[in-house]
Design a protein around this ligand. Structure first.
Ligand SMILES: [Zn+2]
Length: 390
């Protein structure tokens, strides 16, 4: 074994787990060769540690601002001269909140992503409370993601106090399965039926895919084939439904999460309207068949009105007023609004129960931040930070 005899104060010792400090360097940031330096960097340091009794090596790169506060840390692990993994941790601060996000990259692919949000709040007794919210995603080779969300108080209590913890597996198509929930029994009881509990922290595209599955169920169109397109839409519209191709398109950039819930339910309601109309027309054609009662009483009343509204449909570019007043639109707006209200209400309830500050509102705020981070991770990959090799 490659053990160096300790010469006190000159050569550092190997620790029990086989690591040893090799170098500690401070760099002039103007002369850095790194592609991406966080804004506000004043100090850059690199610590090199030999690991595994010399077989491996870890480099810790730290970027700090002028007050010495960390902006980014990168840990690169090598073994037998080859890079094994890279972990990038970014820090972001606002008045009372510290955001950190970590990406763990193994052989060029992001395998783990963690976003943590720490919230510091002064207490009446002068002490400070510390709350942590954490979302962790572990990417599997089949494209699914194992997820953990934790909401906990870290201080003033010495032992961490878990208010709420969820785990789940998110499939590629947005379906969330294998859900578990634990924590404070009162909080759990009050949020366990919240349909958005597992997906609020998602990036917008992931969020759309998952909400789309929910909206299909809500609007009773899970049995109708069709496509969902997530794309840029020109003009003012946030989304549309094309009845002949049964395609729903939605623009992720135009709205926040609550609005996305609204738009998706709105568009799926349009889909339902056409399902109802074609059922109604089919019923008229099959007038001599015995079973004519596929539609409920309410649907029987609504169907001819929707059909008429479809015949007289006026696109917004011709007359916005007529478009707005059309029954198809009125009916779809009501469906969208109902889902929107449910989402917002559930979000507020969750924020309340967890004592989340306004700056992290669940409707769009904090989760937007998390969302921006947790998105299509395997694709963003190693390019985040190209460290020049020496
Ligand atoms: Zn519409």
């Amino acid at each position: 074994m490659n053990i160096v005899k300790p010469a006190a104060n000159i050569i550092p010792k190997w620790t029990k787990n086989g690591s040893k400090l090799l170098k500690k360097e401070k760099f002039n940031i103007e002369r850095l060769r790194y592609d991406e330096i966080p804004a506000g960097t004043a100090v850059f340091e690199r610590v090199t540690v030999a690991t595994d009794f010399g077989k491996g090596c870890s480099k810790v790169l730290s970027f700090r601002d002028k007050d010495g506060k960390a902006l980014r840390k990168v840990v690169i692990k090598e073994k037998d001269g080859k890079r094994v993994s890279k972990t990038i941790r970014n820090y972001e601060r606002s008045k009372d909140v510290l955001f950190t996000d970590t990406k763990h990259v193994l052989t060029g692919k992001t395998t783990n992503e963690t976003r943590e949000i720490f919230h510091v709040k002064p207490q009446a007794d002068g002490k400070k409370s510390l709350t942590r919210m954490k979302f962790e995603g572990k990417y599997q080779s089949d494209g699914s993601r194992l997820e953990t969300q934790v909401y906990e108080d870290l201080a003033p209590k010495k032992v961490s106090c878990e208010k709420l913890k969820t785990t789940a597996k998110r499939l590629k198509n947005g379906q969330v399965i294998d859900k578990t929930i634990s924590g404070d029994s009162e909080i759990v009881a009050r949020v366990k039926d919240d349909p958005y509990l597992y997906i609020r922290n998602y990036g917008k595209k992931d969020f759309i895919r998952s909400v789309s599955l929910l909206a299909k169920k809500y609007q009773d169109v899970a049995d109708v084939a069709g496509r969902l397109k997530i794309q840029k839409i020109n003009g003012l519209s946030h989304g549309y439904y094309q009845s002949f191709s049964k395609t729903i398109a939605i623009d992720p950039h135009k709205s926040g999460k609550a609005d996305l819930v609204d738009t998706l339910n709105h568009e799926y309601r349009h889909k339902w309207q056409y399902k109802l109309i074609s059922k109604y027309l089919g019923g008229l054609l099959n007038i001599f068949k015995k079973d004519k009662s596929v539609l409920s009483k309410k649907e029987k009343q609504l169907a001819p009105k929707l059909l008429k509204a479809d015949i007289f449909y006026c696109p917004p570019m011709f007359s916005y007023e007529k478009y707005h007043a059309n029954l198809l639109e009125k009916d779809a707006r009501a469906a969208g609004q109902k889902a929107y209200d449910e989402y917002v209400e559930n979000s507020k309830k969750l924020a309340d129960l967890l004592g989340v500050p306004k700056s992290m509102t669940f409707v769009d705020g904090m989760n937007e931040k998390t969302a921006e981070f947790i998105k299509d991770a395997p694709k963003v990959d190693a390019g985040i930070f190209n460290v020049a090799s020496e």
